[in-house]
Design a protein around this ligand. Structure first.
Ligand SMILES: *Cc1c(COP(=O)(O)O)cnc(C)c1O
Length: 399
């Protein structure tokens, strides 16, 4: 069993991670690493981060016993970590605040980000507005079309949204464009990455900012549930909500960690986003990890009913947790996620994000196989109001 939870000094988690970037970005990453090294344990930085999480985000988010649901399933007790109650409705804001505080200390007045579904773009634009920093968000033009209301949200918050017309006009093209902007504007620009991916130190840094989720659970579960959980289950797109809740539990060796990937229309159809279950080791977004790619190394289009899980790679620490066996990675398809979405609405009065619904769907399969005194803690990474149109469409209802 592994017992260490930090990458080596070049950002390697086993064979994964590292920093695969153009020469021109090496200096910017050195500068970022130095700044993060300086501030990650700085009491004043940590105090400001905690203050913002409390007063702007509304933390701590509660843990909640899904009692009706657990009773009906007749097995393990299901508990939910309520990240859906955060300001802007998901966990992404935790990380955006951390990076924004760092940007300010580094004297960078301009923020860039890339976004697929628009959720990371909205979280970034929110935090940029809160601090009065310029914000530019790159988004594939196909995504701009599909996610019009998030584009409008970002504009309301004062951000500039730049549609990217290259390639398939989706997230992977926006990633490239954001990197290009960063190279060009290194002096005044901070690049906020939205998940535990990117070149070192991003995977470690984003995980550390999101670890507030698991750290709160460590304190809350003994008080509210009487003990720590037996299982911790979270959805995995890039992997930030999962790393955030897993990280503090890694050295609690009897707690099983389960990441749930999006199987879309099924792993055998090729239309999915399950990089760890069906991808291959390669390089994406500046790090070595499992990637959805064809035999020629071309990054493939991903598919999931949940836009936030639609990422062709996965954070390198997950790749390593998979190989070492410390975490297990399973998959849930679109139909199963939709069923869990409806079930959660009716059983608990909580409308979960479709991303989180993947984790819930797995918990629904697992709970009946376990005794009633077992505890499954599910990270409810976000609320589902944003997904109402998708769910209605899938049910043949037009709103
Ligand atoms: C973006 C998003 C995810 C997936 O991203 P991770 O980095 O894997 O956490 C999951 N849930 C919600 C609600 C999201 O917005």
């Amino acid at each position: 069993m592994i017992s260490y939870t930090q990458p080596d000094q070049d950002g390697h988690f086993g064979q994964y991670g590292g920093s695969f970037v153009a020469e021109t970005l090496v200096h910017a990453l050195d500068e970022l690493r130095a700044a993060y090294d300086k501030y990650r344990d700085d009491p004043e930085f940590l105090q400001e981060f905690a203050y913002e999480l409390k007063h702007f985000v509304g933390r701590p988010s509660p843990v909640y016993h899904a009692r009706r649901w657990s009773d009906r399933l007749g097995g393990a007790q299901i508990w939910l970590k309520r990240e859906d109650l955060n300001h802007t409705g998901a966990h992404k804001i935790n990380n955006c605040i951390g990076q924004m505080l760092l940007a300010r200390r580094m004297g960078k007045p301009r923020i860039i980000a890339e976004t697929g579904a628009g959720q990371h773009g909205v979280a970034t634009a929110t935090v940029a507005a809160r601090y009065g920093l310029e914000c530019v968000v790159y988004m594939g033009s196909e995504d701009v079309r599909r996610q019009a209301s998030n584009v409008y949200r970002m504009k309301l918050l004062g951000a500039t949204v730049v549609p990217v017309d290259s390639g398939s006009r989706t997230l992977k093209d926006a990633l490239n464009e954001a990197m290009r902007d960063w190279v060009t504007n290194i002096e005044n620009t901070f690049y906020i990455i939205g998940t535990v991916a990117g070149p070192h130190p991003y995977p470690m840094m984003v995980r550390d900012f999101q670890a507030v989720i698991g750290n709160e659970c460590l304190e809350q579960m003994p008080v509210d549930a009487g003990r720590q959980p037996d299982y911790v289950v979270a959805s995995v797109g890039g992997g930030s909500n999962a790393m955030g809740i897993f990280h503090p539990y890694i050295n609690h060796e009897d707690v099983k960690l389960i990441g749930v990937e999006a199987a879309g229309e099924g792993l055998d159809t090729g239309r999915h986003a399950a990089s760890l279950n069906a991808g291959h080791v390669g390089v994406l977004h500046g790090n070595r990890t499992y990637v959805m790619q064809d035999e020629n190394g071309q990054v493939q289009e991903t598919h999931s009913i949940s836009a936030g899980l639609d990422y062709p790679g996965v954070g390198p620490e997950h790749a390593w947790l998979k190989d070492t066996g410390r975490a297990e990675y399973v998959y849930i398809n679109d139909q199963e996620a939709l069923a869990a979405f409806h079930d959660c609405c009716r059983s608990e009065g909580i409308m979960p994000a479709l991303e989180s619904s993947h984790a819930l769907a797995y918990a629904l399969k697992l709970a009946p196989t376990l005794a009633k005194d077992k505890i499954i803690l599910v990270n409810l990474s976000g609320r589902g109001d944003k997904d109402m149109h998708t769910v209605a469409d899938a049910s043949g209802i037009s709103l």
